[in-house]
Design a protein around this ligand. Structure first.
Ligand code: SAM
Length: 316
């Protein structure tokens, strides 16, 4: 398996984990199982970890939508089979444009699911063209007013910009970029290019990133070994190993505010009644296991502010 194939396969893993946790009732998402081929059993700490990840990213995204009164764009880079678009559509909470980007192989598979499954294609606006071809392979894109699925290797920022221009991206609209477990698979100079480009091109922007950190202990070594055994290198970890380096990466790129929290801290900030509810779903004998796991992931976010957007968001 090539490096890129192994990276693409991480999407199947994420989708499977999300689908399994949803099936157990950790959170509601009636779309994720429409994009997952199988759903193997995961341990309680993995399920709780996924709950925290989905809840935290979802809360920040919804806060941005509320702050901008939905007059905004969402760009999900390395979106995989993410279902936020469909869930927001069901909540009647869509931005003006929801854009997802991934390798052509992944977007082609997502297109096939969208075409085949009614609840997925029903959510698209009437002007949608599934299969819109960018001159690459066919069957790999969706183009419409409210949702665009774009095939692109994120390591080529010029091509990304060109593809976004083709679908009419508006650089003056507040825009949130989400990279959920994506940047860490890229060489540091490539993820920096993305963070720089977002901060430079958009007038008002928010960046949300979720990924592993603090891997230079025994637990981290085991995580890295397991991934290596599957052909996957976490190329970004060496360059952005701590919370401090996570925020520095944004400040170096000129973002106005930057924040980073370990997922163990995020877990403590989630609503208590929700935590009590999910902790009843499965018995977890060794709670240390969960804390260990959460200490090796972080959520970071940054704000580029030209209109006071950050005054609100920075109070998070
Ligand atoms: N963000 C989704 C989620 O959290 O469910 C998927 C996460 S999965 C771990 C990582 C995703 O990033 C995969 O879909 C992979 O194909 C994509 N990805 C990684 N490097 C990429 C690149 N250079 N260009 C496009 N997509 C990339």
């Amino acid at each position: 398996m090539s490096d890129d194939q192994a990276v693409r396969a991480t999407n199947d893993d994420a989708t499977m984990c999300k689908s399994f946790a949803v099936q157990l009732g950790y959170w509601k998402d009636r779309f994720v199982n429409l994009m997952s081929r199988n759903r193997s059993r995961k341990t309680p700490e993995i399920n709780r970890g996924y709950y925290a990840r989905v809840k935290a990213v979802g809360d920040l995204l919804r806060m941005f939508l509320k702050t901008t009164a939905n007059n905004c764009q969402v760009i999900s880079l390395g979106a995989g089979f993410d279902t936020n678009f469909w869930n927001l559509q069901e909540e009647d909470n869509l931005p003006l444009n929801y854009i997802e980007v991934d390798f052509a192989e992944v977007t082609a598979a997502k297109c096939a699911y969208i075409k085949a499954r009614k609840p997925l294609h029903q959510a698209l606006s009437e002007d949608s063209e599934i299969d819109f071809i960018f001159g690459l392979s066919g069957n790999d894109a969706v183009r419409s007013k409210n949702y665009n699925l774009i095939p692109c290797d994120l390591r080529y920022i010029n091509i990304l910009e060109q593809r976004l221009n083709e679908i009419g991206i508006d650089y003056s609209l507040p825009t949130i970029c989400i990279t959920e477990c994506v940047l860490v698979y890229m060489a540091p100079d490539k993820s920096e290019e993305i963070i720089n480009w977002m901060g430079r091109r958009f007038l008002d922007a928010v960046f949300i990133n979720y990924e592993p950190v603090n891997l230079n202990d025994r637990f981290g070594e085991v995580m890295l070994q397991n991934l290596r055994a599957r052909g996957c290198e976490l190329k970004g970890v060496a360059a952005c190993p701590t919370l401090q380096s996570q925020t520095e990466r944004y400040y170096n790129a000129g973002w106005t505010y930057a924040y980073a929290l370990l997922m163990s801290e995020v877990y403590q900030l989630l609503p208590r009644e929700e935590i009590e509810r999910i902790e009843k779903i499965e018995f977890l004998d060794e709670t240390d296991l969960l804390v260990q796991l959460l200490k090796h992931y972080c959520l970071s976010w940054a704000i580029k502010d030209s209109t006071g957007l950050g005054n609100y968001l920075s109070s998070l």
